[in-house]
Write a protein that binds this ligand. Sequence first.
Ligand SMILES: *Cc1c(COP(=O)(O)O)cnc(C)c1O
Length: 404
Amino acid sequence: MSTTTRTNPLSYLTDQMNELKAKGTHFRLRVLEDEQEAVCTFDGKKVINLASNNYLGLTTHPKLREAALEATKKYGVGSGAVRTIAGTMRIHMELEEKIARFKNVEACVVFQSGFAANAGTVSAILGKEDFIISDELNHASIIDGARLSRAKILVFRHKDVAHAEEQLASIKDQPGKKLVISDGVFSMDGDIGPLPGLCDAAEKYGAIMMVDDAHSSGVLGRNGRGTIDHFNVHGRVDVQVGTLSKAIGALGGYVCGSKDLIDFLYHRARPFLFSTSHPPSVAATCIAAFDVLEQEPERIEKLWENTRFFKKELGLIGFNIGGQNTPASETPITPIIVGEGRLAMQFSRELFDEGIMATGIAFPTVAEGKARIRTIMTATHTHDQLTQALQMLKRVGKRLGIVN
Ligand SMILES: *Cc1c(COP(=O)(O)O)cnc(C)c1O
């Protein structure tokens, strides 16, 4: 064994973390001690939870819990291989068939996460001769997929259909394939992508149309069928991505489309080929979740009722909830924009001490000067809990000079 003292080659990471600490945007992970619920315990403190993506309260739904336990008893805890080797279980196929029927498309492939679905799909269907026309606020997994594909990336201004069309026009004589891609619901601002206009533009220029419905699955459209259903653009979106990790309450992502698209992804999407499939309990949970979407539509109604109430009251308190220099939320995601990263983090910390879990989000996740806390409604928040949360938000907001 060598006795010479070794200098730490990772010390530059420590320097960077020290910089974050000096800027006030360094964070510690908050640890959940019980279940992901409207009121739960983080770091030993009981708080009203405004931070989860558990829109419909499905993380603890008795039918989903039962399905997971049952599948574990019957099929064990793991799949033992990637899908293409020996890790395709009957229950994986059942889930894909179930989602395809729900979305009224030919076929579906499930990935380990929404991130893997986006990154794996974009990088598989395009190559370096091709073009991606992408909204500037699209999710990181789309951006990573675009980079991995080595296609040329043309960014259009947020939700600006005319700019997307300009980008398409600028490459109309180039031989490569073109892909127009947008989030269905944007995760930091809660606004909805302009799908009808983007579909028109894509059709005009013969481009492929792709939508990432992570925050719209289970939230928008009939029984939570997503933005394609919300806008009634059925048959006009070639690649529909959704997540099983948010409203669905478990974990995973999926791509819906034609039989040939899905067959191609079975053969070429790298996370599908090189990473092990879900445990059977996860597949069973998701199957049960789609039954709940069909059988308990009142959950989605309650989610929207809570959303309308909470947004209105936040506005009345005087918070900047978007709409001036920032997009205006139209969904259960409501940002409270405060500007400086340090202030957003302090706001989040003091809210926690008061009894609210609401995460501070700063650069680089959102633009410099647009730091915020992000609140997310769920169907399971009671009116009482929301009234309490609003009082706490008002108290802390006043104390920090965020509202008058
Ligand atoms: C959360 C999210 C994803 C990733 O989904 P996971 O299933 O959590 O990996 C992809 N796209 C968007 C827009 C998201 O908000």
